[in-house]
Design a protein around this ligand. Sequence first.
Ligand code: ATP
Length: 401
Amino acid sequence: MEPELRLESSLWVGNKRYRAVLTGWHFNWTEVDKKNREKKTIPVAEVVGVEEGRIDVLPRKSVEDTDKDFTGPLRPHRLLVFINPFGGKKKGRQTYHSLVAPLFELAGISSHVIVTERANQARDHLLKKDLTGFDGVVCVGGDGMFSEILHGLIGRTQQEAGLCENDPAVTLQPCPLHIGIIPAGTKVYLCNRSYAGIVQYLPADPVLSSPRDRTRCLSGSCPKSPLGLSPSAHLADGTGDLILVWDTHPLGFLKFLYRHTSTQDQFDLPFVEVHRVKAVRFSLPSGKEVEAYEETGAMSGGIDEERVYVETVSRNGSQQQLTERGTEGEVTNEQKTADLFLCGLCCSKAPAVSVWNCDGEILPFTEILCRIHGQLIRLYARGIEDGAVVDNCNEENDLNV
Ligand SMILES: Nc1ncnc2c1ncn2[C@@H]1O[C@H](COP(=O)(O)OP(=O)(O)OP(=O)(O)O)[C@@H](O)[C@H]1O
């Protein structure tokens, strides 16, 4: 039997002492008290950086002869950072410089920061400029900025592979660069008006998984929604969960949102449905379709000639809604909609004209087709590429995540 390798060293961070122990393949940092008793173990993934050398803390911290090789092959060395200076109530720049940049410095990560000067600058940069030497791209902003980064990187990857990004027959190539998200956005729920809409979806195989099968990968988990928007949604398995919130009073919608903060089943509400899907189409109904729906309760349609359920004409329209626009004349679809619903808290009269928006971002199209592409992008995030979490998912549901 081979002798077990055991290396030990100590590290002080402030007034806390940590003991690093490497035994065989396991490496742990353990906080120890003055009597050398172990307090808690910190997984190595949580250690931002380790510096070796002589450290002078006062008058200014300086480290000589440092060796920061700790970052290792899985950690980034160079990042491209985009900051939207107007996103998230204009706090993006401050958030980055006060919270994120110091951590990058500690971890020995260099970054090239671009503060955007116009919409779509980040997307255009990723589509056209040289990205050699970067391990990943970081987005400091809200959903709109993330969407720019996502489309820029996906577009660039397909361009380089000679593929047409918008051809539904093409299998898109995964992006080589990771994406990091520093959230600095805003979430506007109660100021939306509701309109009629048609939701069609292509169901995923119910034998493999379902949204209420109680498996857990914690996709989309965050402090405000500890179990994620759909707790049994799986990471990167080529399916997504479609949550439909039917027409309800805004307080009902608020109740649905509030459920995400607790461990209560957020789908156990009479106006909420959830489906595991591979594709979703959202479109405006014609006047005839609205009438047909009102008579029979169903419509027909298809996504790529595959079998599709046309599920609902929802005046709430789930996450996709129309918003008011200041100028008149371009979009007249609201004339075709039935029973316009006004939320009552912030809307007092029907808008004259409207455009689609998706979570606040204006969409130039009235028909939206979403397809789930499994494993197209890689994220810097806790858990997602962590073997333990993936194992847990596989063990419970035998899915290739
Ligand atoms: N310098 C800029 N000037 C104007 N618009 C910008 C600039 N940089 C980015 N944008 C655009 O602003 C839009 C909104 O940005 P972002 O999503 O970061 O912020 P937000 O609206 O506060 O957040 P959320 O989308 O979560 O509500 C994005 O669509 C982006 O394209």
